[in-house]
Design a binder for this molecule. Structure first.
Ligand SMILES: Cc1cc2nc3c(=O)[nH]c(=O)nc-3n(C[C@H](O)[C@H](O)[C@H](O)COP(=O)(O)OP(=O)(O)OC[C@H]3O[C@@H](n4cnc5c(N)ncnc54)[C@H](O)[C@@H]3O)c2cc1C
Length: 412
């Protein structure tokens, strides 16, 4: 058994550490910031839980099923499907697109609402059937173009792509062209059709906290000043220290990642939504809008807001804001308020801004040119979502792979 240093206490580093510890190794995790969790963080502001960016956990991710106890987290789910808002001359129109397979009655009704043509609904059904067939590895096989091409090739109407797929998936991939590799799209679509999008009672930071608890806080060294000198030597506060193996659980190129997002959190007296769906902005591309989607986390998980208040969380994809020349928090807030006031008859006048977060270097680029498979691109003992794809699944699966590789290496 060996003594292993893991550098980085994001999800990948913590998962890798818990697995190696469970295999009998001694593990120390070195994190340069003052908290664990990396990109999965939650702030408490005036009794509200503000996740860093709108962030959900997918119960269908195979690695999440292995790594987390959703029940212990008190996780609660959004309604499957979405509400789509479309600006009309005098007022906004709201369409509910329920998931007809999991909510048959609502689904049948939503089919009648004429937002989507019968042909598009049929194509969704075929897509759903296609991506769920066979193993997960299957969705990473075949063509490797971008998502926009993939949807067009499957015959979806422009209206369906621009009004439904674009706001939903630009808000997930945090890019504005649907240029993300179609394999990633197929994977996420499959996960969305197989499980729920949930929020833990303590905010999204509960996920890394659960792993850290399993590991033991004494194994985690925060505010660490470390440098990887070679495969077995870490410089800690200027002093070389020997280990049997060192795992790099962070992206050394993170500062070059371009995908970014603005997330605005508001304190509202009432929820503007009538159901626990996410609201997609059906006009975001067609009418040069700004917001990708709006959610009310406190409708789903009441712990996100104090009693009698609602938390409204709005996602603006960074590239969209850039295109519109909105480059600072004040101008983005003003444009967001203008947009939601059309939808909810001026309701935002009553909303108090709790935070305008700008999350830079949010996700790795996963374009059509990337050789994306079901497993991580392994280069030595390095894990993190950048070695697979930008998601909790990407972070956890890479961690499991590297933990196994380190264990095998130390046993031989
Ligand atoms: C706004 C936003 C929304 C998201 N929403 C979702 C979602 O809904 N569903 C989903 O599946 N995924 C989502 N993701 C993606 C998911 O959060 C990430 O894929 C995952 O958290 C990445 O974990 P990681 O451990 O690979 O990296 P990170 O979380 O980046 O962790 C790396 C850690 O290493 C530390 N570190 C870096 N350099 C050093 C160093 N030199 N020494 C010591 N420590 C160092 C960092 O401080 C950090 O703590 C979202 C991401 C963002 C930004």
């Amino acid at each position: 058994m060996g003594h292993i240093a893991i550098v980085g206490a994001g999800l990948a580093g913590l998962r890798c550490a818990t697995l190696l510890q469970a295999s009998g190794h001694e593990v120390d995790v070195y994190e340069r910031s003052e908290t664990i969790g990396g990109r999965m963080a939650t702030d408490e502001v005036d009794g509200f839980l503000l996740d860093h960016g709108f962030h959900v956990m997918q119960t269908a991710y195979p690695t999440s099923k292995r790594a987390f106890d959703f029940k212990a987290m008190g996780a609660k789910a959004f309604e499957p499907g979405a509400v789509i808002v479309q600006q009309r001359k005098t007022r906004a129109k709201f369409w509910t697109l329920a998931d007809p397979f999991r909510r048959p009655v609502q689904g049948a009704l939503s089919g009648l609402n004429r937002f989507a043509s019968p042909l598009d609904l049929l194509r969704v059904a075929r897509l759903r059937f296609g991506v769920r067939r066979g193993s997960i590895e299957r969705v990473f096989e075949g063509e490797s173009n971008d998502t926009a091409d993939y949807l067009a090739k499957r015959g979806f109407s422009k209206r369906m792509i621009q009004r439904f797929f674009h706001p939903l998936f630009s808000g997930i991939f945090l890019e504005d062209d649907l240029r993300t590799n179609e394999r990633m799209f197929r994977f996420v679509f499959r996960m969305m059709s197989e499980g729920d999008m949930v929020l833990p009672v303590g905010g999204i930071a509960s996920a890394p906290k659960q792993l850290a608890q399993r590991l033991g806080n004494e194994r985690i060294h925060l505010n660490a000043n470390v440098l990887i000198l070679d495969d077995q030597t870490l410089e800690i506060d200027g002093k070389p220290t020997a280990f049997d193996a060192i795992v790099r659980a962070f992206n050394p190129e993170q500062a070059n990642e371009k995908r970014h997002v603005w997330t605005l959190h508001f304190d509202a007296q009432h929820s503007p939504l009538k159901s626990n769906h996410i609201l997609l902005n059906g006009d975001v591309r067609i009418k040069n809008g700004l917001i990708a989607h709006l959610a009310v986390p406190s409708d789903v998980q009441p712990s996100y807001a104090p009693d009698g208040r609602s938390l409204v969380t709005i996602t603006v994809v960074g590239e969209r804001a850039d295109t519109l020349g909105l480059l600072d928090a004040d101008s983005i807030e003003a444009a967001v308020r203008d947009e939601v006031d059309v939808w909810f008859s001026g309701a935002s006048k009553e909303w108090r801004l709790l935070a305008a977060q700008h999350i830079e270097h949010a996700l790795p680029e996963v374009g059509a040119d990337l050789h994306l498979t079901a497993g991580p691109r392994v280069t030595g003992f390095e894990c993190g979502d950048h070695t697979l794809h930008g998601s909790v699944e990407g972070a956890l699966l890479s961690a499991e792979t590297i933990a196994n590789n380190v264990d095998v290496h130390l046993r031989n």
